[in-house]
Design a protein around this ligand. Structure first.
Ligand code: F3S
Length: 394
């Protein structure tokens, strides 16, 4: 792989032991994937933030890195943590868990990483531009930035994202290259999609069907960014899809080659079957929205639908701290709290220890959460649209 003089110096340890170690990791990855060179990245998003996911070994590793005066070189955000970093006690997160979670957060902060803890960095001040090279980790954020924004990132693991942040670079391979962003399967959607859960159901089904491929959708007439984040998140979860194109909607759809692609049709029946498959048909003991983290539009729409009624079951809306603050200002948080629900920032239903907080059956409108909750949190899932879930909670 070609390395600049500056990069050679990093590799020779002239910039310190940590940079050398991190850069070696990036070069090794580049060699494995036949990268021709390193490229500078505009921003990084680091996953592996929740104490539930990384435990003591991960926490000690991060504390060790931060104790060596390690600093990131580019704008670096964090994936959701395992709890609301401010209101954890009030919401009921276990004390010991919180103590360890805060150690992790402090280590990241010492390295200059912005403590945003969100899987929607693009809604919270980290918005890449079209064709910008970035190194992001969380699968739904990777999907959104590649597909909806047209930025370029592979799905980084926790260590490689941290290495990219510390070195300001990543190896030039995979989805950084235009030739690897071409679709390899065509999905013709033959049904209307209205709710986020419809997009989540479609995403789950397509992910399961195409596994790792790059789908090109036709027949999706309209979709806002909330719909697209729901679609991408579910596809990433069920099939590791890191990039998709939608005719007329996403920025690279007019530029890629769709000739001769294998074609799959998906209609109402297939979507209904997917709903059935993801649904345990139990009654939820909690309803949680915000996978991926809720936008202010989603929070406002939940408020409208609750419409002053009292909730009989716990209801959380997971979101970033920034969206929560906008919700505070708009009076949405007060509306949700008065009804008996909570806006929970910095975390989500999957990376927080909900199974240790007395919840066994969770209602969600997210295809990704429906896919992950049984395995990661031992939950029975009630997968439905927002209207049905709010009805359940009321
Ligand atoms: Fe985000 Fe958690 Fe879903 S990280 S995409 S809210 S599983």
């Amino acid at each position: 792989m070609y390395l600049t003089n500056e990069e050679e110096k990093i590799l020779d340890g002239e910039m310190g032991e940590v940079q050398e170690r991190m850069f070696r990791l990036l070069v090794r990855l580049g060699d494995i994937y036949n990268a021709d060179k390193m490229i500078k990245v505009g921003s990084v998003q680091v996953a592996g933030v929740s104490y539930k996911s990384i435990g003591d070994p991960g926490t000690e590793f991060l504390e060790d890195m931060s104790s060596k005066n390690t600093k990131v070189k580019v704008l670096t955000y964090l994936n959701p943590a395992g709890m609301d970093l401010e209101n954890w006690e009030k919401i009921g997160f276990p004390k010991n868990f919180a103590k360890n979670q805060l150690r992790i957060i402090n280590a990241f902060k010492k390295m200059g990483i912005i403590i945003t803890s969100t899987c929607t960095p693009y809604l919270a001040g980290n918005l890449p531009r079209f064709r910008e090279h970035i190194a992001w980790s969380e699968s739904s954020a990777v999907s959104f930035s590649n597909s909806v924004i047209g930025a370029r990132t592979n799905r980084e693991g926790g260590p490689s994202a941290l290495a990219a942040a510390i070195c300001g670079r990543t190896a030039n391979y995979g989805l950084h290259l235009w030739e690897n962003r071409q679709p390899n399967i065509l999905i013709k959607v033959k049904t209307e999609l209205n709710y986020n859960s419809d997009f989540g159901s479609l995403g789950y089904l397509v992910g399961k069907t195409v596994k790792n491929k790059i789908p090109y959708f036709t027949g999706i007439k309209d979709a806002d960014t909330d719909h697209l984040k729901a679609l991408g998140a579910a596809m990433a979860a069920s099939g590791a899809v890191a990039l998709y194109h939608i005719e007329g909607l996403t920025p690279e759809a007019d530029l890629v080659n769709t000739k001769g692609l294998e074609k799959i049709e998906i209609g109402k029946e297939e979507l209904n079957d997917t709903f059935e498959k993801l649904n345990s048909n139990e009654k939820p003991d909690i309803v949680i929205f915000g996978c991926p983290h809720a936008s202010i539009r989603e929070i406002s729409s939940i408020c409208e639908k609750i419409n002053g009624k009292k909730l009989k079951k716990p209801l959380w809306i997971c979101t970033s701290r920034l969206m929560k603050e906008a919700a505070d200002r708009m009076g949405y948080t007060e509306i949700i709290n008065t009804a008996g629900g909570q806006i929970v920032a910095d975390t989500c239903m999957v990376v927080s220890p909900i199974e240790k907080m007395g919840f066994n059956k969770t209602g969600v409108n997210s295809g990704k959460a429906a896919d992950y909750l049984p395995g990661f949190c031992k939950q029975k899932v009630i997968f439905a649209n927002i209207d049905k879930l709010i009805e359940e909670a009321i």
